[in-house]
Design a protein around this ligand. Structure first.
Ligand code: ADP
Ligand code: G6P
Length: 458
């Protein structure tokens, strides 16, 4: 049997998450931020999990997208999603900033769920369809799908970093994962380094020959590995922040914070790769040393709940909440807390207003595939004010060279850079922001998707 979708996105998650019986809300994370606008402008279907265990739903339409749910049992949520995806691959691919767990039980679940996604994609794809598989949770899908449907074009994009060989080689299932990816016609990475790590590993582990970024397989097929840095919907954000109610809300936020001289902002999923601990440590030390005074600066840290049953995430939440309490307890005054911490998700408009209210945007991950928050901040600052402090270890640092770049492991360096960003004269901020905006405006998410899909189809 053949399906009817000539364009298919296959991702672990659907763009919406279940809240209560009948309501949906946008799923967390950068993948959805980037792919949703691309999908809304094309005909096709999105195949993925609803975020709830044991739920079997029929395909449905939502917000201009056709969605095809793939069910996961509660055991699969534990072993495939929380386990192999987020306790094995996620830490390993992010420079082992937390120790990865290697377990055969988790691997078996990963393989079984990838097989289910491949079968669902094979059923939904029309003859000759373009199928675009997303991210680390589904690295076996390209080869599984190719076996079932040799007629379709298969693209794969990895949203997170692809690690250097020395780390990847730890994986007991390294050969299977490389072979899984080689089922695709085109494998996309965030940075050129990810693509070359992958090509080198294929040569070394599988003995295939390669010419630049082309991998030549024994069966005569060629697979291309290339970098396509992902981006945001610049136009949509740029328009949104020009609306009077968003501008008014930004002013209101500053007033609610007590109109401090400096508002610093962090917006992240509460993930140990995001460098929240070191960022708050640096900020706290500025108070301890008297370089900042209560009432003079407020740090707003928005931390979206994420992967809340995975051990490392439970530990991180406890650490951060203790740290926030300590800094506020030691350096705050009545009505003047140095940190406003929120463990919540916000709507797009509130987030945009927060970006406009912030003088200094702190994006300091220890490792990040791209980091779309950095690009969203830039897209929201048509007033050319505001400073972006950006980790050298985020993919975005390749493009956003006029940001205040920092090494997130260097607490003193971060303190110096935060002070420099707070004290920079308006003409300096304007010069940097103008150049950052030029980059994001001309390299938005539509360009990213068009470049990838054109290369895939050619
Ligand atoms: P990741 O994909 O690792 O979460 P990114 O920075 O690439 O990191 O993407 C995060 C996305 O999630 C951005 O689009 C950002 O706006 C959104 N986001 C992060 N925190 C929140 C929050 N508290 N409320 C709503 N959206 C959020
Ligand atoms: C990152 C990953 C995505 C993931 C998102 C949210 O952006 O690259 O694949 O969907 O984080 O994480 P979650 O585990 O909630 O899907």
């Amino acid at each position: 049997m053949r399906g009817t979708s000539s364009f298919l996105i296959v991702a672990n998650r659907l763009p919406v998450d279940r809240v209560g019986e009948k309501q949906w809300r946008r799923s967390p994370g950068g993948l959805v931020t980037a792919i949703a606008p691309v999908m809304q402008r094309r005909d096709g279907a999105w195949l993925g999990w609803t975020g709830a265990a044991g739920e079997e739903l029929k395909p449905f339409d939502h917000d201009g997208m056709h969605l095809i749910p793939v069910p996961l049992s509660s055991m699969e949520v534990e072993f495939y999603y929380e386990g192999f995806s987020n306790a094995t691959l996620w830490p390993l691919y992010h420079d082992v900033v937390a120790p990865p767990i290697y377990s055969r039980v988790l691997w078996d679940a990963y393989r079984a769920v990838n097989d289910r996604f491949a079968r669902a994609a094979a059923d939904a794809a029309a003859p000759g369809a373009v199928v675009w598989v997303q991210d680390y949770q589904l690295q076996l899908v390209p080869s599984m799908l190719r076996k079932l449907r040799p007629d379709v074009k298969i693209g794969f994009f990895l949203h997170i970093p692809f690690p250097p060989g020395e780390l990847f080689m730890q994986l007991p299932w390294r050969v299977e994962l490389l072979e899984g990816l080689l089922g695709a016609d085109l494998v996309g990475f965030q940075r050129p380094g990810g693509a070359s790590n992958f090509v080198r590993l294929c040569r070394k582990m599988l003995g295939v020959s390669t010419v630049k970024n082309d991998i030549q397989l024994d069966n005569g097929r060629t697979v291309r590995a290339e970098a396509y840095p992902i981006s945001v919907d610049f136009g949509e954000l740029d328009q949104l922040v020009r609306e009077s109610h968003v501008m008014a809300r930004a002013k209101e936020i500053r007033a609610e914070l007590g109109d401090p001289e400096h508002v610093l902002l962090g917006v992240d999923r509460l993930d140990y790769t995001k460098g929240i601990r070191a960022r708050l440590k640096a900020y706290g030390e500025l108070f301890a040393e008297g370089r900042l005074k209560p009432g003079e600066a407020v740090f707003v840290q928005v931390a979206t709940p994420t992967r809340e049953r995975v051990e490392e995430y439970i530990r991180l939440r406890n650490d951060i909440e203790l740290q926030v309490g300590r800094i506020n307890g030691e350096y705050g005054e009545i009505g003047r807390a140095p940190i406003t911490y929120m463990h919540q998700s916000f709507g797009r408009e509130e987030l945009a207003a927060l970006y406009c209210a912030a003088d200094v945007m702190m994006v300091t991950p220890l490792r990040d595939g791209m980091n779309l928050v950095a690009k969203e901040y830039v897209a929201c600052r048509h007033d050319l004010r505001g400073a972006l402090v950006l980790s050298e270890f985020a993919g975005a640092a390749d493009e956003l060279k006029q940001a205040y770049l920092v090494n997130p492991y260097d607490v003193d360096g971060m303190k110096r850079t935060m002070m420099a960003a707070m004290q920079a004269p308006p003409h300096e901020l304007g010069r940097r922001m103008r150049s950052l905006r030029r980059r994001v405006a001309t390299h938005d998410v539509d360009r990213w998707a068009n470049e990838f899909l054109t290369a895939l189809e050619s």
